[in-house]
Design a protein around this ligand. Structure first.
Ligand code: PGA
Length: 242
């Protein structure tokens, strides 16, 4: 695992945008899995700006959404679908047929998980997975205790995720379950980048890097991947001791 510490959020986001562009430049039909959340917002703004300036073609790129809140519609502000549409899909020339986002209102989430797992396998695997990190160390909706051996699956949300998750919504919503790629998907991705910025993430970043790998802290799985990188700003790095 590589650790890259940037002076601030803007420079971290700039590097993350460049890393995504590099993968797409190298492989026009790259399979990329991306997260939502506050952390990657500037990364996507820069990705859009740079890609449009450089004329990067996303028409063959396969976009997979990391996760979605179950029970929340794609048009609800705060849903991952809504976020992807507003921040990425609208602005880049993705082909609709190459976009795979979980449907929060699906009748059969298990079948959807099976479909996406099969799709990733058929597509030859994920070239780049970008993830954020929750205040409890979750990745996507792989909450503390999640197996490192599971592919896409349905999860019961952890109390911290339910509490913190309200920040994305305009009105109070009932958050109970999520649908997410699994930690096995992360281990099987060719490259993984985790993003974290700000002082609020400093304690969990320290644990992620300095604790032994454990399913109780899902983010420690980053230590097990040969091509993983943590992109953080100085604030998120401020409690590191080593
Ligand atoms: P955030 O969420 O980027 O809004 O902090 C990260 C996460 O929960 O994975």
């Amino acid at each position: 695992m590589k650790l890259k510490i940037y002076p601030d959020y803007a420079q971290m986001s700039d590097a993350a945008a460049d890393a995504i562009i590099m993968v797409v430049k190298e492989k026009s039909n790259a399979v990329i899995c991306l997260p939502t959340g506050n952390t990657p917002t500037l990364t996507y703004e820069l990705l859009v700006r740079k890609s449009n300036d450089l004329g990067i073609d996303f028409s063959k790129v396969i976009l997979i959404g990391l996760d979605e809140w179950l029970g929340i519609s794609a048009t609800t502000v705060g849903s991952c679908n809504h976020f992807f549409n507003e921040h990425l899909i609208k602005h880049l020339n993705f082909s609709r047929k190459n976009i795979y986002l979980f449907d929060g209102l699906t009748n059969d989430p298990e079948a959807d998980c099976h479909k996406i797992n099969l799709f990733i396998e058929t597509a030859g695997g994920i070239d780049l997975m970008v993830v954020g990190i929750g205040m409890n160390g979750h990745i996507g909706f792989n909450e503390p205790g999640a197996s490192f051996d599971e592919h896409a699956h349905v999860t019961r949300l952890h109390a911290i995720t339910i509490e913190v998750g309200q920040k994305y919504f305009n009105t109070e919503v009932k958050l109970e379950k999520g649908i997410t790629l699994g930690l096995r998907n992360l281990l099987e991705s060719r490259n993984v980048i985790m993003l974290a910025n700000g002082r609020a993430k400093a304690a969990i970043i320290r644990q992620t890097l300095e604790q032994e790998t454990s399913t109780l802290l899902p983010s420690t799985i980053m230590q097990l991947h040969d091509n993983s990188a943590l992109y953080i700003d100085e604030e998120a790095a401020s409690l590191l001791t080593e």
